[in-house]
Ligand binder design. Structure first.
Ligand SMILES: [Zn+2]
Length: 473
């Protein structure tokens, strides 16, 4: 209402003409900062030309001053950006037994309507919303490769490049994971027509990586296997062999009981166990929705250093089930959070639901205890920051020399934080606050959110409104 939406379609952003959001600062003065060994007052951070923290201390002359406590930024370890425009459109009962699988039918219909300009505009808007909530980077699990009829675009990496352009427009730290999606069911079953935009082989994934590496060198590159429904063991072997040894690799691994059953019947093992036998799990592996795992799988996967990528609001929305988080952490497992279908894009809300889900099934409080001092919200934030950085192949999640200056400044003037010491402020933010308490966000030394608003919110928002006009119902 009240916003004029241009109706002329056309290219939303020219891929190669989008500049960075803002100039990189050379440092930041923090009235207080959450460093690796705890909170300190009057901290000066110096940044190098690549946006890394080069020194803690030194000359503060000329540096901007943060308007509140400074904490490490958060990695969003799982995103399908286009689904941001679909959030809410699967919330009407259609079948007596609506489930993940009927949601997927809605998603297939939605995805058929999107052209490259729309995908780019939606992704930029999703990334702006993430940044405003305190995410500083995102792993885009990108399986949308082709035109609606399944034909490859002239440039097979067209949509990967659109995601890279959206990332640059928003100024988010992007790890792009082009997805290998070849089949329609466990054991190499043929894909259906609804999956035609996704299909490819390991060469397509490698091609996307090459094109993005040359066009957008700021993007970190990994790869993803859609799921054991969509790839065979031979394809996994071929792709892994062709990737650099440190490239992040993610997979949707055990989201639904039906896929666990299919794996047991066809492959003779549960998905995580089968994967652990097939590949060398390690910290570069992101096990997305490791929801349905047994005790043996928890032990093997957690001890490998692989990161459990949990998307609590999406998993709740889709009725997936509850990840055994306490058992995973008990084995020393690393975890990260993602927003997946983007029914929420708020890191505090993801962490809160992770913890309160455990409270509800255990009828207890303060279950996921990660810090030395018992602060649950702060412990979750710190651990998810470290796990997310590992899953994204990004040196972040901590305020330390050598890490990127991915930073969130909390709003010291917010009533929610009044009367709180700093450790309690983080608990309050995570367990009782959320995005409204985020005042500034910095990504690799560039400020992208000021006074709670992304520096390009209106521009990106206008393009988004234009892109989705006609998509809603
Ligand atoms: Zn997903």
């Amino acid at each position: 209402v009240g916003v004029e939406v241009p109706t002329t379609p056309g290219r939303v952003y020219l891929r190669h003409e989008v500049s960075m959001t803002s100039a990189r600062a050379t440092g930041l003065i923090c009235p207080s900062a959450w460093l690796e060994d705890g909170w300190q007052d009057e901290v000066v951070l110096q940044f190098d030309q690549r946006g890394r923290i080069s020194q803690i201390g030194g000359d503060p002359t000329g540096l901007p001053r943060a308007p509140g406590p400074v904490v490490p930024g958060m990695s969003n370890a799982h995103s399908h950006a286009f689904q941001w425009a679909m959030a809410g459109l699967a919330e009407r009962a259609v079948h007596a037994d609506d489930s993940f699988w009927s949601w997927r039918q809605t998603m297939y219909q939605f995805v058929d309507a999107l052209d490259p300009d729309q995908i780019e505009a939606v992704a930029a808007a999703a990334y702006v919303a993430m940044l405003e909530a305190g995410f500083t980077s995102v792993a885009e699990f990108h399986y949308l490769h082709h035109a609606p009829d399944g034909t490859p675009y002239d440039d097979p990496a067209e949509l990967s490049l659109r995601i890279a352009a959206a990332g640059r427009m928003a100024g988010i730290g992007l790890t792009l994971l082009p997805v290998l999606y070849a089949h329609g069911g466990v054991g190499g079953q043929p894909a259906g027509p609804a999956q035609r935009r996704f299909l490819g082989d390991p060469d397509l994934v490698l091609r996307c990586r090459e094109r993005v590496a040359s066009a957008a060198p700021e993007v970190r590159l990994g790869a993803a296997l859609h799921s054991l429904r969509a790839v065979t063991g031979e394809q996994i072997d071929a792709l892994i062999a062709a990737l650099p040894g440190d490239a992040p690799v993610h997979i949707h691994v055990a989201e639904q009981r039906a896929e666990v059953e299919a794996c047991l019947q066809i492959l003779g093992a549960r998905p995580v166990a089968w994967l652990a036998d097939r590949v060398e799990l390690s910290p570069r592996w992101g096990l997305v929705h490791a929801t349905h795992v047994d005790a043996d799988e928890v032990r093997r996967a957690a001890r490998s250093g692989a990161v459990a990528v949990l998307c609590p609001t999406t998993e709740a929305n889709l009725g997936d089930g509850l990840f055994p988080a306490a058992a995973w952490l008990g084995e020393g497992g690393a975890f990260a959070i993602g927003t997946d279908s983007h029914v929420s894009v708020d890191p505090a809300e993801e962490l809160r639901l992770l913890e309160v889900g455990q409270r509800l099934i255990r009828e207890r409080r303060n279950v996921l205890r990660l810090g030395d001092d018992g602060h649950v919200g702060a412990g979750l934030w710190a651990a998810a920051g470290r796990g997310g950085a590992s899953a994204l192949g990004r040196e972040s999640g901590r305020i330390a020399v050598g890490c990127l200056a991915d930073l969130v400044v909390l709003d010291a003037e917010a009533p929610r934080l009044a009367g709180r010491s700093r450790a309690w402020a983080v608990d309050t933010w995570v367990m009782a606050g959320g995005a409204a308490l985020v005042r500034e966000v910095w990504v690799a030394g560039r400020q992208v959110v000021r006074d709670g608003v992304h520096v390009r919110r209106s521009e990106v928002g206008l393009a988004y409104r234009r892109a989705v006009a006609g998509l809603g119902r």
